[in-house]
Design a protein around this ligand. Structure first.
Ligand SMILES: *[C@@H]1O[C@H](CO)[C@@H](O)[C@H](O)[C@H]1NC(C)=O
Ligand SMILES: *[C@@H]1O[C@H](CO)[C@@H](O)[C@H](O)[C@H]1NC(C)=O
Ligand SMILES: *[C@@H]1O[C@H](CO)[C@@H](O)[C@H](O)[C@H]1NC(C)=O
Ligand SMILES: *[C@@H]1O[C@H](CO)[C@@H](O)[C@H](O)[C@H]1NC(C)=O
Ligand SMILES: *[C@@H]1O[C@H](CO)[C@@H](O)[C@H](O)[C@H]1NC(C)=O
Ligand SMILES: *[C@@H]1O[C@H](CO)[C@@H](O)[C@H](O)[C@H]1NC(C)=O
Length: 391
């Protein structure tokens, strides 16, 4: 009896041990591949070595980036990998302080064709200041680098990541399916050019939740070919707001559809919710968009559709936009506008906006009545309308 018990306990013990080993992931510590936490030794090859081993691991793999600062130049983490990969960052990945070291590829950290990927924790510091200074002084600079980019990746989770001082956009999701971005902080000075927070394009099923963007360009920009995008619990500002567009760069361009933004706060941003397109022919479109439960704090253009988009009036196409904008709902948007014109709908004369719906808008300007303007548009308004609706 006792012996039988010992045997069955032993069996149970080995069974449990084997199950734990099978379910736990293999760990690939970048320091084991030569990375140095001193912030000045080039650890690029060490990161690539850890990636290569993790990507070919027969069981789920975790790449560990311990505390400390790791200097990394451009890296491409290429899939497909054998199993699920987690990149667990405890420390900070830092780019060279001389922006020219990132060259002209346009990327700093790039994941390509990786499925079932989680990137969690830690900090990215692209040290973009030198690049912004070059841009501002009108010199011949390199093209600049986006900090972290996912191309052709599916089932991706990015969580608890902080990115500061990107040269260009902080985080880019391009040609991906099923991406969750949660609890990220993306920070750059409001004077830094083109430092978008998150750029999404050609992607299906992206959700961005519980995140803060304080940047020099759009907090979130949504490019052609984006569908089924959910943004919830977002803080934006400083920055240029949440923008669909700019669209209509090309004649043949994919549309944007089923976009939801809920529970957002815009503080001191140049725009709140914006849709923008260049004034030229295009087969592009925007349809089925909901902006809901939004607070504006001293925002310059809380609600705006701009189909004559042309920053600095340089190289304007001077035509009319072919981008069709339809079925856009603005519901429960309140707070303060930093300009008198709180609602601007400047739609295309050749392709008017249709089905624009305003519900419960309460925007004030210096405690005075704000105004709204409508061009080439039809739609409806319900509930409280302050400013008075022009629809
Ligand atoms: C990685 O290695 C470093 C030192 O080489 C160690 O301090 C750290 O605990 C290791 N991390 C993991 C997750 O194994
Ligand atoms: C990714 O996950 C999907 C769904 O769970 C699975 O079918 C696929 O085999 C996984 N691929 C990798 C590389 O882990
Ligand atoms: C800018 O620099 C690049 C390479 O650094 C060079 O190929 C290009 O000709 C330069 N352009 C001008 C206008 O100087
Ligand atoms: C629209 O997007 C939401 C995510 O915000 C998704 O849950 C829903 O299924 C999508 N609707 C359609 C018709 O695909
Ligand atoms: C567009 O119009 C502006 C002002 O009228 C003019 O300066 C510019 O040259 C025009 N652009 C093109 C491409 O025709
Ligand atoms: C808006 O214009 C379209 C096209 O002319 C028309 O089909 C639709 O009924 C109009 N909707 C409203 C609310 O006027």
């Amino acid at each position: 009896m006792a012996i039988k018990l010992i045997f069955s306990s032993l069996f149970l013990y080995f069974f449990i041990q084997t199950s734990i080993a099978a379910s736990s992931s293999a760990i690939f510590n970048v320091t084991s591949y030569g990375a140095k936490a001193d912030g000045k030794t080039d650890s690029t090859q060490a990161f690539l070595g850890a990636w290569k081993a993790a990507c070919s691991s027969a069981k789920a793999a975790t790449i560990s980036v311990p505390n400390g600062r790791y200097l990394v130049k451009n890296v491409v983490f290429r899939g497909p990998c054998k199993k699920k990969i987690t990149v667990k960052i405890s420390g900070t990945i830092v780019a060279p302080s001389d922006y020219r070291a990132l060259g002209n590829s346009g990327y700093w950290i790039l994941f390509i064709e990786v499925d079932n990927l989680t990137v969690t924790g830690g900090n990215l510091d692209a040290q973009g200041a030198g690049f912004w200074d070059c841009r501002k002084s009108g010199q011949n600079c390199s093209v600049g680098a986006r900090s972290i980019t996912f191309n052709w990746a599916n089932n991706v989770i990015v969580t608890s990541l902080t990115s500061i001082n990107s040269q260009l956009a902080h985080l880019v999701v391009n040609s991906c399916n099923n991406v969750i971005v949660r609890n990220v902080k993306l920070i750059a000075p409001d004077t830094s050019p083109n430092t978008d927070g998150i750029h999404v394009q050609s992607s299906n099923g992206v959700s961005i939740t519980g995140s803060t963007m304080q940047t020099g360009d759009d907090c979130i920009s949504i490019g052609p070919g984006t569908k089924n995008l959910l943004m919830n619990s977002i803080k934006c500002g400083p920055g240029h707001g949440v923008s669909i567009g700019s669209l209509g760069k090309e004649l043949k361009e994919d549309g944007v559809q089923n976009i939801t933004l809920t529970n957002a706060v815009f503080s001191g941003s140049d725009n709140g919710v914006r849709i923008k397109s260049w004034a030229r022919p295009s087969y592009g479109f925007v349809r089925n968009v909901l902006f809901q439960n939004i607070i504006m704090k001293n925002t310059k253009n809380p609600i705006i559709i701009d189909q004559n988009y042309c920053p600095n009036n340089q190289g304007c196409p001077n035509q009319t936009s072919g981008v069709k904008i339809s079925d856009i709902t603005y519901r429960n948007i309140q707070g303060t506008s930093a300009t008198a014109k709180a609602v601007t709908f400047d739609c295309s004369s050749s392709t008017p906006c249709e089905g624009i719906n305003l519900q419960d808008i309460k925007l004030t300007y210096s405690n005075k009545a704000a105004t709204s303007s409508c061009k080439n548009i039809n739609g409806t308004s319900d509930g409280v309308q302050n400013p008075e609706s022009c629809l």
